[in-house]
Ligand binder design. Sequence first.
Ligand code: 4AD
Ligand code: MG
Length: 589
Amino acid sequence: MSSLFGGSSSSSSPSSSSSTTQNIDLGLQMSGVPPPVAPKLYKRNRLRIKELLSSPPMGSTVTVCGWARTIRNADAGKLLFIELNDGSTTLSVQCVLKESTTGFEESKSTKSGGTGASFEIVGEVIQSEGAGQAIEILVIKSTLLGAVYGGDAEGKTVGGAKYPLSKKGHTLEHLREHAHLRPRSKVHSAAMRVRHAMAFATHKFFNDNGFLYVHTPIITCADCEGAGEQFGVTTMFGVDPHKTDVKVPYVEPEKEEKKEEAAGADGEPKKGLSNKAKKKAEKKAAALAKKAALQLAEGGKPPEEKLPIGAVDYTKDFFAKRANLTVSGQLNVETHCCAMSDVYTFGPTFRAENSHTSRHLAEFWMIEPEIAFADLHDDINLAEDYIKYCVTYALEVCKDDLEFFETSPFGEKGLIERLKNVIAAPFKRLTYTEGIKVLQKVVEDGHKFEESKIEWGMDLGSEHERYLCETVFKKPVVLTDYPKDIKAFYMKLNEDGKTVAAADILVPKIGELVGGSQREHRADTLHERCVQSGVDPKAVWWYMELRKFGTIPHAGFGLGFERLILFITGLENIRDVIPFPRAPGLADF
Ligand code: 4AD
Ligand code: MG
């Protein structure tokens, strides 16, 4: 199929290492990346520190506001230096106060509490005499807006002793424990500015390329990934959220127990059976479920439903069925793709997987484009170009913050060079089967993974994914055509009947950044894949109908937004690139 960016796609096979990026100029103008200007404050008189430092109005009187990073005395107490930051940039502006300056006394650490205190400063912009900064503000008037309290045990007297972000450096763990104040730290504020820029770049990229932004629902009754990792949404716990002894409507075991032998007409195993009988009953239940799904797939009437004994009766719940927080907006966004062509959704997604890794969150944001009349190659080309656009945008617009991450102990030495390399060359493309062979050779040559038994059909671990892109190919890798049994039901079955037209993009430091596929658009095959994957077609009947009413080839992918921010900043832990991380046991703040 032809490229989305004009010209024809330069890749005819997933194994080919070429890409469409030659079609978009990744320079400032062609890529549409705006020049890095400091925006003016909206209808207010103060200057943001970023704007002040990027084009200082020498000799003018300006007003700046912010929080003191440090306050220090000099010249035997006759001078006071306030390093002021307002979060618009990683840099601070030095404000110099003389004994004669209005507000001199109240600005001293003994009165203001020092680091963390907030000020409004009016002063003249002058050339700095000291080293380390080009300009400074010779203060005319300093107004203490908010002192720091914490000098005594109760925190009632002024003094910075208990301020959690004192001027000494802190660990990222310490900052996470003070998530309400960490936006004042250099590292978190820089990550948040990059995050903002990447969100903006995302909308710009898709908007500029004619994609429609669709708001898919957060509450859904479908499990897109079929992994059963969903958070339930219910009002069945009553009106008092603190009540712990609530009874939710469920099917009374006593009433059901009297009926049927080992596996009754409803196929549900009875309580108190031997293991063998239980297995038999479970088998019968699975066979019945399969039969029911097939019956429905063939257009038949769904069999009468019976709730398993002891199950929660969701017909009594708010949505009259079990509802969940979405794990992906894909199924919903496909409806608009199959009517309005190229679309995307970008929103929060939720997964109740018990992962404590530095790459997983229970609540994360995902960008999910869906393209019409398109195949897997178009999909991969789009993903590669989008990632390169984001990297280009960051290099242009977030220069200061990337330079900070390059030198920060929490960042990555060589970050900017690594990012430049990402845009300079095509991603490596190979099939899953080829990837398995590469990994088998790596193990044969003596490398040891935690899981060194590499065989076709396995789900690759992040150690394998990272090895491929960090050590073998030293660049982002697109792995395609995975075994159908380890991928979701909606992916298009390949002609071999064993693999699906899926593509994961693996990047150094992270592993999987993107998961995508061409969609199964043939009604019969999709029904079969549903049943095989244990997905009830009647639960997603509306999704199945898209294949009955004017089906089209289409494809899409999901990119984990926080993983993109890790990739761009070089930070190591996903909990540091989202304002308030959610993970098992972690929902404070
Ligand atoms: O590979 P996934 O599960 O794909 C889907 O959800 C598809 N429905 C997307 C689509 O085709 N529209 O997830 C996509 C991406 C992953 O590659 C990863 O970057 C990110 O979402 N991701 C997570 N990020 C943070 N924490 C988690 N628990 C994540 N799970 C997936
Ligand atoms: Mg995936």
